[in-house]
Write a protein that binds this ligand. Sequence first.
Ligand code: FAQ
Length: 310
Amino acid sequence: MTPEERFDALIGEDLKIEPRDPMPDAYRATMIRQIAQHAHSEVIGMQPEGNWITRAPSLKRKAILIAKVQDEAGHGLYLYSAAETLGVSRAELVDLLHEGRQKYSSIFNYPTLTWADIGAIGWLVDGAAITNQVMLTRTSYGPYSRAMIRICKEESFHQRQGYEIMRVLSEGTDAQRAMAQDALDRWWWPSLMMFGPPDAESTHTVQSMAWKIKLETNDQLRQRFIDATVPQAEYLGLKVPDPDLAWNTETGHYDVGPIDWDEFWSVVKGDGPCNKERSAHKVGVWEEHAWVREAAAAHAAKARTAAASA
Ligand code: FAQ
């Protein structure tokens, strides 16, 4: 069996591709691009929520938020490790992000203006992330699929804590309800954009589905998220900010109004409300804390020398 035949056989039989299996260069490049973008998203995604750690309204909320933000860092680390199995180092990937040559999710370029935004992020952003990542637990690359299983468990807690913040606010005073509605108004459309461009304009979907990296398309996952989330908004007594939203009895799905894809591409290309701020903060912190990495490397080198001479 040639390496190509072995790869095709593994994909054909729904078996996982493992790091030492033969794989086409383009499969490897696609996996590195997607896993790196995902890892960068988890790490940059700490910034909008980190902004509220000092202002969380109670000790309990603060402890939960710190735990959630730490989880995101952990997700980044699992994902960089999964990418490293493809022959690229974490340091290389971080450099590519810092040079603007790799992306992170569009969603993290929006500001967190009120406490309700922390609820909306957990409910909508983690909710959208889970919808996509439950599919990815079955993706064809073994290390990525296994990382997704653990990440999805943690994201479920994130989603519930966000929804619970929104529930408390929506059952609160008029001002709290207005704050919850305002957060839904601002985060709804960017959350739908997280799933990527419409299928007809998606560069990678056809090939990624042939390789079973993706098992569902951007539009299918977006629709699943909409169908699950609209009733949750209704339960909270909040209004989804879409005048065209309507249940379609024929398709058994919600119809939605047009998504502003010009806004999406402008955010992806660097012109969103917070792109510059997010990137500058990431690079600044990386440089400022270089001494931590240097100290850890020096300590590890010392320990190796001591072990060798013992
Ligand atoms: N933002 O051909 P497609 C989270 C780019 S984790 C920016 O459809 P693909 C946890 C795409 O790269 C959220 N760029 O691409 C959390 C491509 O660019 P290229 C992250 C986007 O890869 C919660 C071009 O558009 N999740 O939130 C976006 O087949 C709360 C054409 O697109 C993942 O990364 C976007 N939204 O499908 C953390 C999941 N969408 O290479 C903290 C893994 C598309 O042509 C707080 N990734 N692009 O220059 C995936 O499943 C896929 O990569 C998609 C995109 C579905 C995102």
